[in-house]
Design a protein around this ligand. Structure first.
Ligand SMILES: [Zn+2]
Length: 306
């Protein structure tokens, strides 16, 4: 959807983190969302290789089973998301994809994602012209913005036992139970804004040859513990992508904890990731964003935190 907006005069880009792998990134004219997930539900069971979710202290919310249909937290979504031009989905698990239909219908944004992710959109009645189903490798021109779809891999959950071969078929009618949100393949995205190239991922893995030779100015790197299953995860990614000037930790939190819960243990672990970055790319500017934090990056790569 084209919106009647103009670029920020100083050429900056603004990035807002919503926890999990969720982002809003805007150059003033375009607003790109990645894996916009706000519901942060608690679940029981370990479908998709996920660990059973512990409750945050004082969290009285019920834990949903994967057979249940869980409504999106539209109140929180509507407080934070007013518009979007593109919604990108790294994969179709519920904690990346379940809030997308509400946002897509509200904003009219293009929805870029796998066959599975776009079938979820269809199941909820997102208009067909908004859908951009991809299989990985596409490099799509949207006028003043382009998006290259990077074939990628899901996190190696539960000590590498993770494997979700499922897809979300066509023809479903929403609302869908949590178990319907199969992975459906995983992508990263290289988004080229006017002054910034941002490489972003929503899961703790990648395919080295698919990122080799990319030269993003900013990279969003999922940084929770499952990254430790991957051989030299941080070093190989940063070297393959030419040591980006700005390295942002993402997907660092305990995403079953509600907003406002104590994330100090997850933050402490994310600082270990930052130390890994420092060893490989000591000159990189690093950001470990808190929930709802917005920071800017100027065309020269300077980071401005509020
Ligand atoms: Zn997943």
């Amino acid at each position: 959807m084209s919106v009647d907006r103009t670029y920020f005069e100083d050429g900056r880009i603004e990035l807002t983190h919503y926890g999990s792998a969720a982002w809003k990134i805007t150059d003033g004219k375009h607003t790109v969302l990645l894996d916009p997930y706000f519901t942060r539900l608690r679940y029981s069971g370990n479908r998709f290789g996920m660990l059973p979710a512990n409750a945050a202290p004082g969290d009285e919310r019920p834990a949903y089973s994967f057979d249940e249909i869980v409504p999106s937290d539209t109140e929180t979504i509507d407080r934070h998301i007013q518009e979007a031009t593109h919604v990108l989905l790294s994969h179709a698990h519920f904690n990346h994809c379940m809030d997308m239909p509400h946002i897509a219908k509200k904003t009219g944004a293009h929805v870029v994602g796998s066959y599975s992710a776009t079938n979820i959109a269809r199941a909820y009645g997102v208009a067909e012209p908004q859908l951009v189903p991809v299989r990985g490798g596409e490099d799509y021109d949207f006028g003043e913005l382009s998006i290259r779809v990077i074939p990628s891999l899901h996190s190696a959950l539960c000590d590498k036992c993770y494997f979700d071969a499922g897809i979300v078929p066509e023809g479903l009618r929403g609302p869908l139970p949590l178990k319907a949100f199969s992975e459906g393949g995983t992508f990263g995205y290289l988004v080229r804004f006017r002054h910034h190239e941002i490489l972003m991922f929503g899961s703790m893995n990648y395919i080295e040859r698919e990122v080799q030779g990319l030269t993003p100015s900013i990279v969003l790197v999922p940084s929770a513990r499952p990254r430790l299953q991957i051989f030299r995860y941080t070093e190989r990614l940063l070297r393959a992508t030419g040591l980006p000037k700005v390295v942002v930790a993402t997907h660092w939190d305990v995403q079953t904890f509600p907003y406002g819960a104590d994330q100090s243990s997850a933050l402490a672990h994310a600082e270990i990731f930052q130390e890994e970055v420092r060893r490989v790319a000591p000159a990189a500017a690093q950001v470990l964003p808190r929930h709802f934090e917005t920071f800017s990056v100027l065309p020269g790569g300077q980071v401005v935190r509020r």
